[in-house]
Design a protein around this ligand. Structure first.
Ligand SMILES: Nc1ncnc2c1ncn2[C@@H]1O[C@H](COP(=O)(O)OP(=O)(O)O)[C@@H](O)[C@H]1O
Ligand SMILES: [Mg+2]
Length: 258
């Protein structure tokens, strides 16, 4: 199966060393990942193992110290705009309206006002933000703020959306609703999702494959296929079995750094 499905984004043998005057940290080491078109790939691993570093490198925001990152989509917007990152902090601008926030990437690319409005209108509808577009992000509920961040990330129609523990700050009820909502949105928009999380049930609920990373420097410990049909029942025995398997793998790694 893996050979038939196109690889849309990959990194080959990447190492990232963070350096400052006094010290250097090897955040990830000789890591290779192939992201397949249309899949949801979850990345899980202990705190500090290099998950955020990996996403920054995949997003093209940071260069790897060695190794190669390649995107295989043909987006006309140019290099790497086909890959978008939503950070742990959403970075919505509180002094700009919700619509203004969502239109920002279009402004950066000089898209004229009329087209900006048409495209943001579609995203506002799709993300369930109608009626909230003219207020400011701080006036939105936490769940709505996440919807606005997703709308802004998807407005350039990226092929790959990278999310860095983005839903982690939500209360568990809202998070569960947002997880389901996120799956619906990326299905509708045919977006590939790479989702970093430290929450095992989030990984098993969302992902088609889960990559478990070793403690720093981040390397692949194991990749687990999640072949349960979606939407998934968090209380089924299959779900629990897979969660336990991943829990054991992550615990081994957490144990090694405590
Ligand atoms: N911009 C940076 N400058 C220097 N060191 C960094 C930077 N970002 C992350 N690191 C270091 O790299 C390691 C991995 O961090 P990070 O990628 O944030 O891990 P995770 O997201 O898995 O918690 C940590 O030791 C962290 O201190
Ligand atoms: Mg992180």
């Amino acid at each position: 199966m893996a050979n038939i499905i196109k690889t849309i984004l990959e990194c080959q043998d990447i190492t990232k060393v963070w350096e400052n005057e006094e010290s250097e940290v090897v955040a990830i080491k000789n890591l290779s990942i192939e992201v397949k078109e249309g899949e949801v790939l979850a990345i899980i691993g202990p705190s500090g193992c290099g998950k955020s570093t990996l996403l920054e490198v995949l997003a093209g925001l940071e260069l790897p110290t060695s190794g190669l990152v390649q995107s295989h989509s043909n987006n006309s917007m140019g290099t790497r705009k086909d890959v978008t990152l939503i950070n742990q902090r959403l970075y919505l601008f509180d002094w700009v309206t919700v619509r203004g926030n969502i239109e920002l990437p279009l402004r950066w690319f000089g898209i004229p006002a009329k087209e900006r409005q048409e495209r943001s209108f579609i995203m506002i509808e799709r993300l369930g933000l109608k009626g909230f577009e003219n207020i400011y992000p701080y006036q939105l509920s936490a769940g709505m703020q996440h919807r606005a961040a997703i709308a802004r990330a998807l407005i350039l129609e990226p092929k790959v959306l990278l999310m860095d523990e983005s839903l982690g700050s939500l209360d568990s009820q809202t998070r569960m609703l947002m997880q389901k909502f996120l799956l619906d949105v990326i299905n509708e928009t045919k977006t590939t999702l790479v989702y970093v999380t430290h929450l095992i049930d989030e990984a098993v609920f969302l992902a088609d494959r889960v990559v478990v990373l070793k403690a720093r420097p981040g390397r692949i410990k194991e990749t687990i296929l999640i072949e349960l049909s979606k939407p998934r029942d968090r209380y089924s025995s299959e779900f629990e079995l897979l969660s336990k398997k991943i829990f054991d793998l992550v615990t081994e790694e957490v144990g090694s750094i405590l």
